[in-house]
Design a binder for this molecule. Structure first.
Ligand SMILES: Nc1ncnc2c1ncn2[C@@H]1O[C@H](COP(=O)(O)OP(=O)(O)OP(=O)(O)O)[C@@H](O)[C@H]1O
Ligand SMILES: [Mg+2]
Length: 471
């Protein structure tokens, strides 16, 4: 680039020099033609020669000047032999004053004469020949260009040196800055940069140190905050867990107490009420037998009444037996959960013929007899009672499964009835709430899936406890 610019300057400098020499040559030839005519006419050639000699000496672009008279004889001449002439300018000298455009150099030609030098009408008294050399101007221009180029090169070299020195001085600190920033990006904030540098680099180092320190402090604060919050959360969760376990224990205990109380009442009914009813029935039957052996209307009336009492006592006895069964599913003790539920569905099929009750028991379902079995029995009892009361179903299936590899049992009651929205259950209802409490007390989970017109499916997952599963 630099060389191209320099070459362009050189070429344009040569053109300008040629132009300048042409202008000057034409001017000198014209003015000598005008001023020299008097010396020529008066014959004062010595003065003319001195004048043109001074002119040649003072102007390095003039190679020679010759003044000739009308006959072509050299009257005065001055030349510098060491100058190489490249342009020649000729003008005729006339005795009359004539108009001349001094700036009109269009007639000058390189190394050639001006054929028609004037428009004057005057007498030709002589001729001026000026030979010009463009070399001095070209040399001067070249010197200027060389000087300019040297100055530019020097300035460029100085700038490159300054840039390199600055880059070398900045390289190590900038590397350290980059390394520190990489550390910070990777979460290591314990970086400290040397802060000796001045100016913007020093400011950058100090800012990075401050930033790293600020980030480190902030991270410690955050860590402390997270630890505090985590500890609070863990404490709250532990409290909730304890409260939940306590609540479950309470529910389980109250359920056990309830079952114990039911059992006690069942035993009372069985031992006292039913025993008394059996005694009364024997007595009423005895009265009926006695009165049958007697005659008369009174005896017949006594017989009828005694028979009625016997029937009523039999009905009461059956009701008491049913009550005992509900209060104490002792069938679980005898048959286990599976057998008790088979008994339950068999009875429901008899009592409610409009609905078909089906029980599915998977082969690996454990037969259960303990507390969890009673909970499961009560849950199915309430679920089937709801189907009978609310579902308008035609079929209900109870399925008992034990998912492989888990220590819990899955019990599902599914009907094809009207369905309901579990979120819209009336406030006073106790059945579903009681089921939830029982399940929760046993440490299990309950789920209801129901859609209007698409039936209902209630599932319970109950964990097995030690000794619950009995083959
Ligand atoms: N299988 C079902 N099909 C349709 N609706 C049901 C079913 N089970 C429950 N429901 C609806 O849920 C409501 C709440 O049942 P829940 O057992 O809690 O109370 P309840 O049976 O009405 O009264 P109780 O307190 O005597 O049990 C019922 O009133 C009924 O509208
Ligand atoms: Mg109910």
């Amino acid at each position: 680039m630099f060389l191209v610019i320099t070459a362009a300057l050189y070429v344009s400098g040569q053109d300008e020099a040629t132009e300048a020499v042409r202008e000057r040559g034409a001017l000198i030839a014209s003015s000598l033609a005008q001023t020299g005519q008097y010396g020529l006419v008066s014959g004062n050639s010595a003065s003319l020669e001195r004048s043109i000699q001074r002119l040649v000496e003072s102007d390095p672009t003039i190679a020679s000047i010759h003044l000739r008279d009308a006959g072509g004889r050299v009257v005065a001449a001055a030349q510098a032999p060491d100058r190489q002439a490249s342009f020649t300018f000729e003008r005729e000298m006339r005795a009359d004053v004539f108009a001349l455009d001094l700036l009109d150099n269009s007639r000058a030609t390189a190394r050639g004469a001006v054929p028609d030098a004037t428009t004057s009408e005057g007498r030709v008294v002589g001729k001026v020949t000026v030979r010009m050399s463009s070399e001095p101007i070209v040399r001067q221009r070249l010197r200027r260009i060389a000087f300019g180029a040297a100055a530019v090169l020097l300035a460029a070299a100085i700038s490159i040196m300054a840039g390199l020195t600055l880059a070398l001085r900045l390289r190590e600190p900038l590397r350290a800055v980059m390394a520190a920033l990489r550390e910070i990006r990777q979460g290591r904030f314990d970086v400290t940069l040397p802060t000796g540098a001045s100016g913007e680099l020093g400011e950058l180092q100090a800012t990075i140190n401050e930033m790293a320190h600020g980030l480190s402090v902030r991270r410690e604060e955050l860590q402390a905050l997270v630890e505090r919050r985590t500890a609070d959360l863990q404490a709250a969760m532990e409290q909730a867990r304890i409260a939940d376990a306590e609540r479950r224990r309470l529910i389980a205990r109250s359920n056990r107490q309830l079952e114990d109380e039911r059992k006690r009442i069942a035993v009372e009914i069985h031992d006292h009420l039913n025993a008394s009813l059996i005694g009364l029935r024997s007595k009423a039957q005895h009265i009926a037998e006695l009165s049958a052996a007697m005659s008369g209307s009174t005896a017949r009336e006594v017989h009828v009444t005694a028979t009625e009492i016997t029937d009523t006592i039999a009905g009461l006895y059956k009701s008491a037996r049913d009550l005992i069964k509900q209060l104490r599913p002792e069938v679980i003790d005898v048959l286990g959960l599976t057998g008790a539920l088979q008994e339950m569905t068999r009875e429901y099929n008899q009592l409610v013929p409009a609905i078909r009750f089906v029980l599915h028991v998977s082969p690996d379902f454990p037969n259960m007899r303990g507390q969890v079995a009673i909970v499961a029995y009560r849950l199915v009892q309430e679920a089937l009672s709801n189907v009978v009361k609310h579902a308008s179903a035609s079929r209900v299936e109870v399925s008992l499964t034990a998912p492989a590899g888990s220590d819990e049992v899955l019990i599902a009651v599914r009907d094809d009835g009207v369905g309901f929205d579990p979120a819209m259950v009336p406030g006073g209802s106790l059945g579903l709430a009681g089921m939830r409490e029982r399940v929760s007390g046993a440490g299990g989970r309950m789920r209801i899936r129901s859609r209007l017109g698409r039936g209902t499916r209630v599932t319970f997952r109950l964990p097995l406890v030690d000794g619950e599963a009995v083959a």
